[in-house]
Design a protein around this ligand. Structure first.
Ligand code: T4K
Length: 376
């Protein structure tokens, strides 16, 4: 059967949109209160609800994930060098650079596409202050091994969980590991506040510092205690977040079914590799990534990406090029191609497929059939 192009463009994602009637009601509530930002009622309620939903001890909300990450780095007083992954969004290493810290790129693990914990130790120098790892596509990092290394060398651990909203390991929220975890609530994420983010952590002493840094360092009208910036989530963001949070249960159910449809149709194709499932991990279902091995599939990832466009399907090459290949980082010793063989390989193979509530199982089947038709 020949495949027909989709009538409307199919993007990798589409934001969850609350009913406009509910949005209008929420806006009226905010308007009536006359309180638009600086920690109002919507902010307080969202913070409380997310703390419970994410199953974490402490949480602070932010105007985006990148600001949250920059403040996490500052709150832990990190300096010198931080070991991180090249297979991530620019926000991860850039947050280090904005704190005058040199990112040290560590190769990734072939199975999870996360930082390879076995390769971290040899990158530690007297200047290393932390490990900044990313739970790529919602798959948890090797948290036990990373924590062991951190304890042994007295390093801090920050997790970038931008892709892992709602992920759980043995029932524990993904935001409860390491010193601080960052979440992104950008419109393209499963849970969103249009733009937004959060930090979660176990040490209650961090709360005051993080919140000070988020609000210019202001303690009260006449006292500024730290060189903070503006990381505040406003009331409209928080209000939208409350409405989106109500949609989460249904959205997760839909995404689980779409995810399983992809798995069913793509699992036995020579040249296509899927992420493995782990019994103790509850997934976030934010992304569906495949790896295309050109030799086995007969067509390269880049060709697949291009050919999909003819069918009105817009996949994404997250994360290609690698961060270590950016103009601002490629001069680093750790960025050398020979130091990052697995990341180099995966960067050429990975493709993120459309994954959102606007798609039906039939749409996913069609996308899979189109992909299969590219095989040579
Ligand atoms: N760490 C990691 C590992 C991250 O992935 C991210 C963000 C961060 C840190 C930083 O967090 P934030 O500071 O952003 O909170 C998108 C997102 O903008 C970005 O938040 C996200 N990662 C990244 C993976 O994806 P782009 O440049 O690919 O977005 P864009 O505009 O091309 O959108 C992708 C597709 O989504 C479009 O083709 C269509 C659809 N779309 C997009 C928007 C904005 C919509 O349908 N509606 C929309 O409103 O970065």
């Amino acid at each position: 059967m020949t495949n027909i192009p989709f009538k409307k463009p199919i993007y990798i994602t589409k934001p969850l949109l609350p009913d406009l009637k509910n949005v209008n009601e929420k806006l009226k509530e905010i308007w009536d209160s006359g309180w638009l930002t600086n920690f109002g009622a919507q902010h307080a309620l969202l913070e409380k609800k997310l703390k419970k939903y994410l199953n974490v001890q402490h949480i602070s909300l932010f105007n985006n994930g990148t600001n949250a990450l920059m403040i996490a780095i500052k709150a832990l007083n990190l300096t010198g060098e931080v070991i991180t992954t090249p297979f991530t969004f620019p926000a991860t290493p850039n947050s280090l650079t904005w704190n005058n810290i040199t990112p040290v790129f560590c190769d990734i693990d072939d199975k999870t596409m996360n930082i390879d914990a076995d390769k971290i130790e040899k990158l530690i120098t007297p200047k290393t202050s932390a490990i900044l790892a990313v739970h790529v596509f919602g798959t948890p990092c090797n948290i036990e091994k990373i924590q062991k290394i951190a304890n042994k060398h007295k390093l801090k651990v920050i997790y970038d969980a931008a892709h892992a909203f709602g992920t759980k390991i043995n029932g524990k929220g993904i935001g409860s590991f390491g010193d601080i975890t960052m979440f992104s609530f950008h419109a393209t994420k499963l849970f969103h506040t249009i733009e937004g983010g959060a930090l979660t952590f176990n040490d209650k002493n961090l709360k005051e510092k993080i919140n000070l840094l988020r609000n210019f360092g202001i303690k009260n009208e006449e006292t500024v205690l730290a060189p903070g910036i503006n990381g505040k989530m406003n009331e409209i963001q928080a209000g939208i977040g409350l409405l989106v949070l109500n949609m989460m249960k249904k959205a997760k159910k839909t995404r689980k079914s779409l995810y399983e449809t992809y798995e069913k149709h793509l699992k036995n194709i020579n040249g296509i590799k899927l992420l493995q499932n782990k019994v103790n991990v509850k997934k976030s279902y934010q992304y569906f990534a495949v790896r295309i091995n050109e030799e086995e599939f007969g067509t390269s990832r880049d060709k697949v990406y291009k050919q999909f466009k003819k069918y009105n399907v817009f996949t994404r090459k997250y994360f290609h090029p690698l961060c270590s290949e950016y103009q601002c980082y490629k001069h680093l010793q750790s960025a050398k191609i020979t130091n990052l063989p697995v990341a180099q390989k995966i960067g050429k193979e990975v493709l993120c497929m459309p994954m959102h509530e606007g798609l039906s199982k039939k749409d996913i089947e069609n996308i899979c059939n189109i992909l299969k038709s590219f095989k040579k």
